[in-house]
Write a protein that binds this ligand. Structure first.
Ligand code: G3H
Length: 496
């Protein structure tokens, strides 16, 4: 897919500037027996000036809240989003293929990502209808009648991640849009091409300048956008370091709203009373779905010392049954990694753990070939190792033995992350005693199940460096708007 046009100011434009070549992580066998990544497309590389022009288009379309979009009213905006959704559904096949080729996600998971995104949009529309009914009401206090409503915030700069390029982009872009904001949107570096088939849908569904797409290297174009002071809301699903740096560039950082989904190091706590079979099944799902490249993934397992040997044995068996292969192969769950640097980074983490006394428990664990990395279970992991604190975002399961439940709790207290934790125990009293200490460290405690974002109606957030603001079908609508009111005082001169 070679992009010859891009969407700016709400319109498609011919592109004559420099392009970035996209090589698929899927390396294919060549006639000479070697393997090569396939060139699957190009995308335009915008200059700072072009990015700023697109930002100005979003500013003009918002027009200080007087633009056609922010003043359209909820029903009109819902109709536009419905029209847009119909148009993107028509592009499902090509978008799913591009997800597979660009980020190496399995066919089943790519379809799931697409369908979940469409369901999310429809759920957002329903939620907005409800929210509008509830929040557009009249309140009377001390002779003042107030009509309460929710109003937009301005221009939203929206950047999604590579691991859910479609879904996580739209879980911020759609709620921001439907609440009346105008959008400047940069697709993720890995996961750009899949937006091409949707550009015309944007152009044909929304007024000019309401959704503007920019491409290129984030570090080259995004700082200028932030420095301009014209971005009212920054929404990013990505690294906390990047979010911190970008926020600092805004001249009025205290006036900037940030809705962020960031780093996480979610832990599993497997107590001496855990159902080990269940704990292993959920750990495999939690740690290795999409090769561990999920912010919600389980990234470290604390196992009671009395259960460690049995846990490692069952986990090794379960991992050995996972099928790896190309994204389009049936039943495949381990696939190529899109980030070229990732295999070397994961190897570095494994070597560092080995140097500090851990062993790769499962046969072949950590073996890399091209962009594949076979999952590694490492034990015993301790605080001297990178893997103890660092978010590996890949197929490694570090296992730590503990004697007292206070140890994993202390780990979470000291952590800079605070997204989720999973607790495995069959004793209700043990679980009950853990809930308060844990829920005050992370934003979601999962009992006898893996960490995850869904169901999407549940609030999705995190403590500490893991998030800012809250996402979900309903919470995102609130996050991208402000509660405002029109208050009228009734008196003798104001009877009508
Ligand atoms: O990477 C973070 C995603 O929000 C994870 O979502 O738990 O549904 O896989 P998920």
């Amino acid at each position: 897919v070679h992009q010859k046009e891009y969407l700016s100011n709400g319109f498609m434009k011919a592109w004559n500037g420099p392009s970035h070549e996209v090589y698929s992580p899927v390396a294919l066998a060549q006639p000479d027996g070697s393997y090569a990544r396939k060139l699957i497309g190009t995308y335009p590389v915008c200059t700072e000036k072009e990015a700023l022009e697109a930002l100005d288009a979003a500013v003009a379309a918002y027009d200080n809240g007087r633009g056609a979009w922010p003043t359209m009213g909820v029903d009109g905006r819902i109709k536009c989003v419905e029209r847009f959704t119909q148009k993107i559904i028509a592009q499902k096949d090509i978008v799913v293929k591009l997800i597979m080729w660009e980020i190496g996600k399995s066919y089943a998971d790519s379809v799931k990502e697409f369908d979940r995104t469409v369901e999310y949009i429809y759920a957002t529309i329903d939620a907005l209808k409800n929210l509008d009914r509830q929040s557009s009401r009249f309140e009377i206090e001390q002779g003042i009648v107030a009509q309460v409503r929710r109003s937009p915030l301005g221009v939203v700069l929206c950047m999604g991640p590579f691991n859910y390029p479609l879904n996580e982009t739209f879980t911020t872009l759609i709620p921001a849009l439907i609440m009346g904001n105008t959008i400047l949107f940069k697709p993720p570096k890995h996961g750009t091409l899949l937006f091409y088939p949707l550009l015309e849908a944007f152009r044909d569904s929304f007024p000019e300048g309401v959704v503007n797409t920019i491409y290129g290297r984030g570090h080259a174009i995004v700082p200028a956008l932030m420095q301009s002071g014209k971005v009212n809301v920054l929404t990013l699903i990505g690294a906390s370091k990047v979010a911190d740096e970008l926020k600092k560039l805004h001249p009025k950082v205290n006036r900037l709203r940030a809705i962020l989904g960031l780093d996480a190091k979610n832990a599993a706590i497997i107590t001496q009373h855990a159902d080990l079979k269940l704990a292993v099944e959920e750990t495999v799902l939690g740690a290795l779905s999409f090769n561990g490249q999920r912010c919600t993934a389980l990234k470290i397992a604390f196992v009671h010392r009395s259960k460690v040997d049995a846990f490692l044995e069952l986990l090794t068996q379960a991992v050995s049954k996972l099928k790896y292969g190309m994204p389009w192969e049936k039943g495949v769950s381990l696939t190529p990694l899109p980030e070229p640097h990732k295999p070397a980074y994961l190897n570095e983490c494994i070597e560092d753990a080995q140097a500090h006394g851990a062993k790769v428990v499962n046969p072949g664990g950590g073996t890399a070939f091209e962009s594949f990395v076979y999952p590694a279970i490492l034990y015993p992991v301790n605080e001297k190792m990178k893997l103890y604190r660092e978010e590996q975002f890949g197929p490694i399961i570090p296992v730590v033995a503990f004697d007292d439940l206070e140890e994993p709790i202390q780990y979470l207290i000291e952590s800079t992350h605070g997204q989720q934790v999973s607790v495995f125990s069959q004793y209700a009293s043990e679980i009950a005693s853990l809930i308060d200490p844990l829920v005050n460290q992370v934003s979601r405690v999962n009992i006898n199940c893996q960490c995850q974002r869904g169901p999407d109606a549940f609030p999705f957030t995190g403590r500490k460096d893991s998030a800012e603001g809250t996402l979900s079908v309903v919470d995102a609508l609130r996050s991208f708007s402000i509660r405002s009111l029109v208050a009228t005082k009734f008196n003798e001169n104001n009877k009508q």
